[in-house]
Design a protein around this ligand. Structure first.
Ligand SMILES: [Fe+2]
Length: 178
């Protein structure tokens, strides 16, 4: 399973801390197990049900958001240096698992991705934190999952969570067509 997942999401290899990388991979694997997703049907899962005929898959969105975060960190490092320091491992880990709760929020019915019964009770920031906490993902990364969407407007986001929030919404809003 890990090898299949690494093929889908090679950006896991950008997490330098092997313990953190393993915890993030296990979070995804547990989400896939609980949600009944396989590497094969995952590639057909749209990243959101809020955009009709969504042109991007869940895996593509996760990769795009993660790499957007990395590029932002690159520019900040180049221009601001240590005046705007970003914890890269935390940033990449949080980006890779920010939407992992969607594996429980969405399910497949007659070949279509739909909201699950569970998903009507808990949106993915909540289920994502629960999944990641079970695997021992540290609080700084849990914070990013918790605060990446609109629920996070109520809390003071960390620097990494701010970058993730904007990378995520940039992806969402542009794919939606403005
Ligand atoms: Fe997202």
């Amino acid at each position: 399973m890990s090898q299949d997942l690494l093929k889908l999401l090679p950006e896991f290899n950008l997490i330098e801390d092997s313990d953190l990388r393993q915890k993030c991979i296990k979070t995804w694997e547990e989400g896939m197990r609980q949600g009944g997703w396989s590497a094969a049907n995952l590639t057909r899962m749209p990243f959101t049900l809020l955009i009709p005929d969504c042109p991007a898959s869940f895996v593509e969105h996760t990769r795009a958001v993660t790499l957007t975060c990395v590029r932002i960190a690159d520019v900040f490092e180049q221009i601001y240096g240590d005046r705007n320091p970003v914890n890269r491992d935390c940033l990449v880990a949080g980006a890779l698992i920010h939407d992992v709760g969607k594996l429980l929020e969405y399910t497949t019915e007659d070949g279509k991705t739909v909201k699950s019964e569970f998903g009507t009770k808990l949106r993915h920031p909540f289920s994502g934190v629960a999944l990641a906490a079970q695997q021992g993902v540290p609080p700084d990364v849990l914070h990013m999952i918790a605060a990446h969407a609109k629920e996070g407007d109520l809390v003071q986001r960390s620097r990494e969570a701010i970058i993730l929030h904007h990378a995520d919404f940039t992806s969402f809003e542009t794919l939606k067509g403005g």
